[in-house]
Design a protein around this ligand. Sequence first.
Ligand SMILES: [Zn+2]
Length: 175
Amino acid sequence: MFIFGHLGIGLTLAKPWFRGLSRRLVLVGTLLPDILDKPLYYALVWATGKRGVELGLISGTRTFGHTAIFILILGALTLFSKSRVLGALTLGTATHLLLDAVSDSLTIMPEDGYVSALLWPFTGYAFPVQPAPTLEAHLLHFATPFFCGAESLGFVLLAWDFWIRRFKRSVSVIR
Ligand SMILES: [Zn+2]
């Protein structure tokens, strides 16, 4: 999944658990694993000229931010600190990992050998290899009906949420 899919669908999934959390921070959380992992991988590709397994541990765009350990640490820090900021980021991140898992199960064939980073390091030292090793190939990967549909749905849900909140606010001002 890409940007609007995570933002719109993620926000919709997170709504029942909002309870006073910042909507903006939940939205940041819906993208947080990609904000952490994708720049890390592409910065290493850019800096070293290497790709995939040649890079060693950081062999793809799903590394530390896409692991169960990451969200468990975020969740534990939230409980320990009672921080609403961390709570919003944890909630958004949970939707990100869920949507990535769903989209993988619907789009990635087992013969591709692409295993989720979610269970790292319990499935081995290495992270999954980037199936599309260049940024261009990665972007082309999203030009499929599934990803276009998910992006469109996410955009519509986001626009609907924005419109509903704006409409409610203007009704309460009139009253
Ligand atoms: Zn992701």
